[in-house]
Design a protein around this ligand. Sequence first.
Ligand code: FES
Length: 129
Amino acid sequence: MSQDLTLLCRDDQLQEGLARGFDPWAQGRDTVLALRWRGQVRVYRNLCPHLDVAMQYRKDRFMSGDGRHIVCFAHGALFQPDNGFCVLGPCQGQSLQALMVKVDVSGNVWLEEGGPRANDEAIACASMD
Ligand code: FES
């Protein structure tokens, strides 16, 4: 594998419609969220475009009650799981930051880009994990 890739998780750790948080750059908190949606692996930075805060209210709680959207629990914004587009809430029309991934033949999921943001230390975390 290229040195530009960052290991995220194993493919079988991602279940259809269930988002999980990960800390691929060892920042001490889940800086990305990943899920399988309609068979495709989707990964986003765990940052709401409204206020740049983490979105879960506790470990791995990223989905709305009906399981149809990723939700920011700070103010209830709803995002489409397939593209991160906000369809309801204060950041309606904006999007989560998607990260490109690659799944290798051994079932490892790799991030193809990204890295911790320069201001990651300043990001308030709304999670209770
Ligand atoms: S911080 Fe996410 S909706 Fe306000």
